[in-house]
Design a protein around this ligand. Sequence first.
Ligand SMILES: [Zn+2]
Length: 241
Amino acid sequence: MKNLLEDLIALQQVELEIFKAEEGLRELPKNIEEIESIIQARKRSLDAIDEEIASYEQRKEPLEAELKENQAILDAADARIKRIKTNKEFLALQREIDLAKKRKADLEEQILSIMERIEKKSMERERIRESFNADRAVLEERKAKVEQQIRELEAVLADYRGKDKALREGVDPSLLSRYDRIKNSKKGLAVVACVDGVCRGCHMHIQPQLFNELVRGDKLITCPSCQRILYAETLDDHEDH
Ligand SMILES: [Zn+2]
């Protein structure tokens, strides 16, 4: 029984590493996706504010062009007013000047209000950019760490793959099928030590009588609480590991 279990324990060690590596390789890419989606969301909020600023600039352009034209009208009227002969012409021109001045004040007010909004948005953009840069460094570092973990797990897999097949061939078939059944329901851990009467799988005590049987080692004992296959280990044995 003891030798049979030794082969099984060796097999489990390999398969547990493979199991953990495969599980990690399924889960870790999700962490990377999450980090990337955070970075993308932050980028989008910067892009959105850039678009807002650009749309304000667009609204400002025609107003500035009109202000320039308006100034040209005022300059021309100023030049003309000195050469005016009749009161009627003077009044007409004066009315034109008044209108242009009113429009000028109106345009200047609109442009100023847009510039204030652009300034406010630019400050907001700067704040977002600064916090993004700080967070981004943290996120990139976290991502690099996860990528490193993935590479390590891939190396473990490359190392262990194939070894399990050779080990399987050495294990008694009926024991193997029992092991496989337990393994699938216990996340890969089907054979555990029982140290001084305590199952290392579920940390429950087994009955002293059962432990004595286990120590004798002449039959297969499973834990009554978690159903894992047990092998005996005294505390001294255990500390050696
Ligand atoms: Zn147990």
